[in-house]
Design a protein around this ligand. Sequence first.
Ligand code: HAM
Length: 408
Amino acid sequence: MPGDAERHRALVNVFGETARLAGFGHVITPIFEDLGVFKRLGESTDVVNKEMYDFVAKDGNHYALRPELTASVVRAFVQHRPAVPWKVWYEGPQFRYERPQAGRYRQFFQIGVEALGTDDPALDAEVIALAWHFYAALGLRNITLLLNSLGDPTCRPAYLVALTDYFDTRRTELSEQSQHTLQVNPLRVLDSKRPQDQAIIDEAPVMVDHLSPETGEHFAGVRSVLDRLEVPYDISPRLVRGLDYYTRTTFEFASHALDGAQNALGGGGRYDALASDLGGPETPGIGFALGVDRILLACDAEGVFPAGAEVADVFIIDVTGGTEAAVLQRTMQSAGIASQRAYDARSMKAQFRAADKSGAQIAVVIGDDEVASGTITIRPLMGENRDQVTVDSATLVDELQTRLSTSG
Ligand code: HAM
């Protein structure tokens, strides 16, 4: 509805401006794409297996509503081959068939960035810091940045063996679901929130202890730039993300102001193999997506970034029948002054009542006398001095702009 929608748009505008200043161009990708694009998110993930809205269209092709944007953006990169580094930001609705609850919806809105073409650790830090400073710009304070490295193809396989061996020794203690997950993707067992699994997970080997020298150095590079940028983080060695494309740096932003299950305000990481998986040249990439719906819930909980009521500057009162109001509205629009009016040739009294309710600062009144003399009457609706003045209609816009700028 309008108040909330204005707030949503204002948030997206703050994000777009933050990203633009950091050198990110805007990219727009389709709402639905070939199912194959999204299968790259991982056949064993819930997003692909359980949550995709997919359908066979009249052309016989299998499509899906996008559950996220990284795969689409990388698909666009592979298709158009722009020069690298390619840095883009995006916004839009995503679709996941989940059980709806506060902060978890089937259609939800994300903002995010993707940056392809270099694995410079400074880029990882730049991307993470961008999200961090965006939250701060909204006024959010109760956020923790959780940081991890998920290794790469040189070191993750050995870690997976160690992890599987460990879980195998404690298999019978794990929940039934985690025993099943273990067979498909041992890493995802670390993501279990079931109480029964927690003690076992807490003692599991962690990827950061198994990083190859190069991956370890990369991770240290990311951390040192974050330190230099004064972005605080917690190393979270059991952080795994719900999508399979991640390599090396991964991160999530958790709000302390929201309920545990829905407290992830955003997350992201590197996906150095995704472009080649989608048929393009090997191109490293990193990005994040933030959930707008949840960020707004966190803003409510922290009492920041309030919804601004969209109020008109001026209310037009026309007691000649209504046509003059139509002309004045057009004049206001082209002068950048927001106006409202009444309809149905209502009485002057009724129109003034509507003007008072509207929240507008000034009423402009046009009646037969004003039409005859080429003037308009201005009456302040707020403040101490509510005396009305009559001005030449040619000077109306100037007069209003002066009054509106001085009233702030
Ligand atoms: P994700 O963690 O699946 O990552 O989603 C990012 C954020 O979207 C979440 O932290 C959450 O705030 C929001 N979100 C996810 N599902 C829902 C839902 N059902 N209702 C409301 N909000 C939701 C990604 O989507 C990756 N594409 C991020 C990324 C970009 N990685 C690299 N680049």
